[in-house]
Design a protein around this ligand. Sequence first.
Ligand SMILES: Nc1ncnc2c1ncn2[C@@H]1O[C@H](COP(=O)(O)OP(=O)(O)O)[C@@H](O)[C@H]1O
Ligand SMILES: [Mg+2]
Length: 265
Amino acid sequence: MKSNVFELRQAAYAHQPGHNIFESISFDIAAGESVAVLGANGSGKSTLLKILCGLLHPQAGSLKVFGETISEELLEDDAFSQRFHRRVGFIFQSSDVQLFNNRVEDEIAFGPSQLGLPEREVRRRTADMLKMLDIEHLKERPPYRLSGGEKRKVALAAVLILNPEALILDEPGAGLDPKTQRWLTHLLLELNRRGRTIVLSTHNLEMAHTVTQRSLVLSEDHRLVFDGATPQVLSDRALLSQVNLIDEFTHEHDEKSHIHLYTHG
Ligand SMILES: Nc1ncnc2c1ncn2[C@@H]1O[C@H](COP(=O)(O)OP(=O)(O)O)[C@@H](O)[C@H]1O
Ligand SMILES: [Mg+2]
């Protein structure tokens, strides 16, 4: 039996006291799964992902990651926090909040240097990442001057260099050109094939379809309204329309009725 990476139990969360956005959300994510969190803007995708990676803490309910109950106090312990962030990598919706070094190369080397890996090992891994993400030509550049797609690649490199077992990605395809989106889709598929657990939020149904087997769908009022197979949710137009992931209208062509789907994003 596969072990669970995440176990969220009856989690309630409020950004502001008294204004719960989640009342009671529960699900497990097993090792090696690839899961999409789908929902319209404001449905709570980023909030949910930040809870999973320990950046936000549920006010009620519990979260276990790799079998350990996560709490604010536990994550304040440096040794635990370091171990946790080595196993669970998080890619923010905006790369800007994630990049803070003056050179791309230093940005990528930052994590392993902090962990105290030998200098030679850090250099070797950094070179591997620059190559894998095809950003060798950017290594001297300041990350904040790069394009959105280039920044996303640097953010990915800075996380992947630690070889995390679980990767949480908040709208990884947003703002990328179609070619880079395809590249990213293949990278995520490959990482999942190699056993990495992947949780990504998106309103790009194409990416959800290609990368994930399972979807969690959030409604606009922040409820988990579907937890099941990705192909099933993607063929459920009533549900997609209800949660505002597609606009749907019908019109007549040659006496036949067509449904046109428009995805947001
Ligand atoms: N720091 C915050 N303070 C107050 N409200 C917030 C904060 N972050 C998000 N929200 C609110 O929580 C809801 C969910 O936001 P978010 O998780 O960012 O949704 P999504 O990622 O699906 O667009 C929205 O109504 C948003 O306005
Ligand atoms: Mg978001």
